[in-house]
Design a protein around this ligand. Structure first.
Ligand SMILES: CC(C)(COP(=O)(O)OP(=O)(O)OC[C@H]1O[C@@H](n2cnc3c(N)ncnc32)[C@H](O)[C@@H]1OP(=O)(O)O)[C@@H](O)C(=O)NCCC(=O)NCCS
Length: 173
């Protein structure tokens, strides 16, 4: 399945042949400082292979490669909530640094949200952003997410405590 927004930005499932390019995009401290510690740094070929293997085995597929004019430039995905949170999903994403500030992730988030609300039995998509990550907060605001809360001192990253800013978007009937 491939789905497209503007002429340039589209989402598609991963293939194992993406693994070298994934390392090239993901092995970057400026990316990992904005993500949970489960996102490795340095990011090596084994990390890429493990990630893509999981994506390929997913059913339904919830992780996608972002393409800019056919070139793989970043990752985006949803994680389904469990138990009483099963009608919600968390969104996560990163883009290779050379492609920042061109509007690509705003486009990709809109595509992912439309996909989620149209194809999954969910009513809410949410995420948490570290307080210093203004670009990601801006992306979410541009995509119609609203700031729900600030979880004070919730995050320990890079040996320091930070607030987490929580955003959500609800399905409109
Ligand atoms: C966050 C990230 C996905 C943004 O992707 P992107 O394609 O550059 O985003 P867009 O171009 O669609 O929008 C970025 C917006 O943030 C703004 N911005 C960028 N840096 C900023 C800063 N330091 N302060 C305030 N605004 C900033 C841009 O001006 C732009 O807003 P505008 O369109 O109103 O001018 C990308 O920087 C990234 O991958 N970062 C590392 C991983 C990450 O943070 N993932 C999300 C974790 S919650």
């Amino acid at each position: 399945m491939v789905f497209s927004g503007s002429k340039e930005v589209s989402l598609r499932p991963f293939r194992m042949s993406d693994k070298e390019r994934l390392v090239e995009l993901a092995n970057n401290k400026n990316i990992s400082i904005n993500l949970r510690d489960g996102f490795p740094h340095p990011y090596n070929i084994d990390d890429a292979e493990r990630f893509i293997k999981n994506c390929i085995n997913q059913n339904p597929v919830l992780n996608f490669a972002i393409e800019l004019d056919g070139l793989y430039v970043g990752n985006i995905g949803l994680v389904m909530g469990k138990d009483v949170y099963r009608k919600s999903a968390e969104i996560g994403y990163f883009l290779g640094e050379p492609y920042w500030n061109m509007g690509i992730m705003s486009e990709a988030v809109n595509l992912m949200v439309d996909f989620g609300f149209e194809n999954l039995d969910i009513v809410r998509i949410h995420t948490g952003v570290f307080e210093y990550n203004m670009a990601s907060q801006r992306v979410l605001e541009k995509c119609g997410f609203y700031k729900e809360a600030v979880f004070k001192r919730a995050v320990f990253k890079n040996r320091r405590i930070w607030d987490e800013v929580r955003y959500a978007k609800l399905k409109t009937e």
